[in-house]
Write a protein that binds this ligand. Structure first.
Ligand code: BTN
Length: 246
């Protein structure tokens, strides 16, 4: 992953560039990286703050041999790879909030945006977009993110070389993709559980099929979140998780 690197000073969104390349036949592992994004996108239609030369914005084109229903596994896999790289970079307390936010000190450090094209039986391509706040200082975040976002710099108190960090993310991503291809979702699921900030916590889920509150018990073999509510065990496949109380 990342042997072919498409580097840009500025793009709208690396995911959009990568999707265009995928449609034109880009190979598995081609990566788009940019110094800044003018229209960085987050999950659920949100924007992603993308100041120049502070952070890492990259998108990988993958061509996994998977049915479309198993594509969500790759999103959890990507968050495991990012969390591993973040921990290696010195933020040992980083954890994952379902499905794929990397948090530290209760604030968002990184996010993953997965998009795909599929035929009935098989995924054609998956684009995994990864944004990590690396050297952003508090003043680099827009006002409304100051209390909710953090960076490696803010967590460690020292800057991190962005190219080395991006390489660590891509290396971890490749290792986990190889493992996933050989052994399936089991090892990814185990690593995700170990890195989870969500399991065992009281959560509120919004924006999915229904709003609900309960205790996050586990992720199932497809990566869905299992929440114990007053009325039973709910299986959550989409939505925003709010962690209630520390
Ligand atoms: C989220 O947490 O909502 C997902 C954020 C994903 C941001 C990354 S930055 C690189 C790639 N390009 C985008 O436009 N988004 C992803």
């Amino acid at each position: 992953v990342g042997q072919t690197l498409h580097w840009y000073e500025e793009v709208g969104s690396t995911n959009d560039v990568a999707k265009g390349l995928a449609e034109e036949g880009a190979l598995h592992g081609e990566v788009v990286v940019a110094e800044r994004q003018t229209a960085g996108r987050g999950r659920r239609g949100r924007s992603w703050s993308s100041p120049a030369r502070r952070n890492v914005y990259l998108s990988a084109v993958l061509r996994p041999d998977l049915p479309p229903a198993r594509a969500p596994e790759l999103t959890l896999l990507a968050s495991v790879a990012v969390c591993q790289a973040v921990r290696q970079a010195g933020v040992a307390a980083a954890g994952i909030k379902w499905p794929n936010d990397v948090l530290a000190s209760g604030r968002k450090l990184a996010g993953v945006l997965t998009e795909m094209a599929a035929e009935v039986e098989r995924v054609q391509w998956v684009v995994i977009g990864i944004g990590v706040n690396v050297n952003a200082a508090a003043a680099d975040f827009p006002e409304e993110l100051r209390g909710v976002a953090t960076s490696l710099l803010l967590e460690r108190g020292a800057p991190v070389p962005r190219a080395l960090f991006a390489a660590a993310v891509l290396t971890a991503l490749e290792e986990w993709l190889d493992r996933h291809a050989d052994e399936g979702f089991g090892p990814v699921r185990a690593a995700w559980r170990e890195m989870s900030d969500t399991l065992g916590r009281e959560v509120r889920i919004r924006g999915g099929a229904a709003e609900l509150t309960g205790v996050a018990e586990d992720i199932d073999e497809a990566g869905a979140l299992l929440v114990r509510t007053a009325t039973g065990l709910e299986r959550v496949v989409a939505g925003d998780v709010e962690l209630l109380r520390p």
